[in-house]
Design a protein around this ligand. Structure first.
Ligand code: ACO
Length: 435
């Protein structure tokens, strides 16, 4: 640290100054506590609703430059990984910090493949859901229920134990997701096939009917695999921060992941992919697009799949997904929704409302159209996001557990309520209410 890497803050209430170190372009919030009006004073706090400008951890997993539209996992550009790697290869990179060699990858694939079975009690648990239960609700609940199957998972300070739970979760997510899908269709659940790749096996569990062996279309299986790679991790977003916060109490990783998936399900986060399709369904033709955009600009609704807290440029995942969409539609046939989406993007990117707010398509804008073309119902879209993101949640959870600077997460507040009130007897409150 250079000697002038500091900031001096003068508290005009007391005329006292403190000099605070700046490290990695950041100051420590706790240093501001030194600014106090007197001995009784708690000290200055930082107020940052929605964590707009607060770093809560150090991490070496994912790098994002939101202004330039750059995304890297462990230093590797997302474009390179999407072009040249399998999903489990990139999962290994995210978890272990390096790309595997052939022997390491073989062993890793073997281990994940041999943890895909679900305990039969979980099958019964899933059968108890209503026929029309949302697959995301089923996924979240079943992952949480797995904490009862693996109670030993709470030994989170044991590295081998952590790794075992990580493998189980990555392996079982597609099985749970597929079962929740089959449940919603009223079809019997399909057991995993260990001879297939991660995504092909997922497709097998989703769509196999009476044929003895399921064979996925290789182009669609690869498209799904690339989508999985693009969704693996995205640093400290809402879901991942939830995994870290819940995990910081040393709760079971199954509960941390279930909590993260709950955060992901919201329409402002991973749930946006489902909302995009519903939005596109509501626009009948290209001629209706300008009126829809006017509606958005008037603040009457949001253009779903647009905007991002961090990206103030084109989300690099959206560019890659747009290319995959063209390849998939080459197999499945043209999806007229793509024309509507392209027109929305064209008008939005040339309109001052969106330009001035730096609103660009995000990862969810085009992904739903591909999922739909592959054969998924919109209710499954966020589930498809949660499967690969489980790897990121677990890598971030593990990083948090091993970080000596971390403690139980516990933000502060500015209290705005009353003080030292006296309880009025209920009869008097009733009297006051009837007046
Ligand atoms: N459509 C129209 N206007 C928008 C949109 C949108 N999709 N997104 C942001 N804006 C506007 C806001 O109204 C605000 O305008 P104002 O300054 O006139 O009030 C301005 O742009 C800034 O937006 P904020 O809401 O302050 O941005 P924030 O960083 O809090 O929100 C978010 C980011 C939640 C992603 C937002 O852009 C949004 O709601 N997008 C639509 C939902 C979506 O696609 N979510 C998926 C995100 S990617 C992911 O989570 C996987």
């Amino acid at each position: 640290m250079a000697s002038n890497d500091t900031i001096t803050v003068t508290d005009n209430r007391t005329n006292r100054s403190v000099t605070i170190p700046i490290e990695d372009g950041t100051v420590r919030a706790m240093d501001f506590r030194k600014l106090r009006t007197d001995e009784e004073d708690f000290g200055l706090m930082l107020y940052d609703p929605a964590f707009m400008n607060t770093a809560a951890c150090r991490s070496n997993i994912t790098f994002i430059d939101g202004d330039r539209g750059i995304l890297e996992y462990r230093g590797y550009p997302i474009e390179d990984l999407a072009e040249n790697c399998t999903f489990l290869e990139v999962a290994y990179l995210i978890l272990f910090g390096k790309l595997p060699n052939t022997a390491e990858l073989k062993q890793w694939v073997y281990e994940i493949t041999h943890h895909t079975m679900l305990h039969e009690s979980m099958k019964k648990f899933m059968e108890g859901f209503r026929h029309d239960a949302h697959p995301m609700s089923m996924l979240i609940s079943t992952v949480a229920a797995l904490s009862s199957v693996y109670p030993d998972a709470v030994d989170v300070h044991d590295a081998d134990n952590r790794l075992l739970q990580i493998k189980r979760l990555i392996a079982k997510m597609p099985s749970i997701a597929a079962m929740s899908y089959r449940h919603s269709l009223g079809f019997p659940y399909v057991y995993p096939d260990n001879e297939l790749s991660y995504t092909e096996n997922f497709m097998n569990m989703l769509w196999r009917m009476v044929e003895p062996k399921y064979a996925a279309n290789p182009l669609l299986a690869r498209a799904l695999e690339v989508l999985f790679i693009l969704h693996l991790d995205h640093e400290q977003n809402c879901g991942t921060s939830t995994a870290r916060v819940v995990g910081s109490s040393l709760a079971s990783p199954y509960l941390a992941v279930a909590s993260a998936a709950s955060a992901l399900s919201g329409p402002l986060h991973g749930g946006a992919n489902e909302e995009v399709i519903r939005m596109l369904d509501g626009i009948d033709s290209l001629a209706d697009v300008p009126a829809f955009i006017d509606h958005v600009k008037a603040g009457k609704r949001k253009l779903m799949g647009f905007g991002h807290r961090v990206y103030k440029n084109y989300d690099p995942r959206a560019s890659l997904i747009k290319k995959i969409a063209e390849q998939v539609f080459g197999v499945t046939g043209h999806n007229p929704k793509l024309d509507i989406a392209l027109e929305l993007e064209r008008i939005a990117l040339s309109d001052d409302y969106f330009i001035s707010r730096k609103l660009y398509p995000n990862v969810d804008f085009y992904s739903g159209m591909i999922y739909q073309a592959i054969g998924f119902k919109p209710e499954m879209f966020t589930v498809l996001f949660a499967i690969p993101r489980t790897v990121g949640w677990l890598a971030q959870w593990q990083e948090m557990i091993c970080d000596n600077e971390q403690k139980i997460a516990r933000p502060r507040q500015i209290y705005t309520g009353g003080r030292k009130l006296k309880v009025v007897p209920i009869a008097e409150r009733d009297k006051a209410a009837s007046k």
